[in-house]
Design a protein around this ligand. Structure first.
Ligand code: ZN
Length: 98
């Protein structure tokens, strides 16, 4: 439980039905998406942690464009090209192949 690990705060959502806390990712993992990746690479838009944390902060589902927001233009172009080759409509807000 969160109280047992006071150094890990996490994010808590309170609804009329109750509340739940999203604990931070473990050591060595990206604090945004919970995946192990280099900082210059996009966050993992397919990560459940990323989607939950993003929705808690922004009130909507994250897209690959959100996951690549911090990347260089060259990195964004490369990832967009490769994801679209795999059938993901990146510019249309897609996350998974359609
Ligand atoms: Zn990440």
């Amino acid at each position: 439980m969160a109280q047992d690990r006071p150094n890990q705060r996490g994010m808590t959502v309170v609804t009329k039905e109750g509340s739940w806390t999203l604990l931070p990712p473990g050591p060595g993992r990206c604090t945004e998406c919970g995946t192990v990746h280099e900082p210059e690479l996009p966050h993992n838009a397919q990560s459940l942690y990323y989607q939950a944390a993003f929705h808690m902060q922004h009130g909507r589902t994250a897209t690959w464009l959100d996951a690549m927001e911090h990347c260089s233009d060259a990195m964004k172009a490369l990832w967009t090209e490769k994801l679209e080759e795999l059938g993901v409509k990146v510019r249309g807000g897609g996350v998974n192949p359609s």
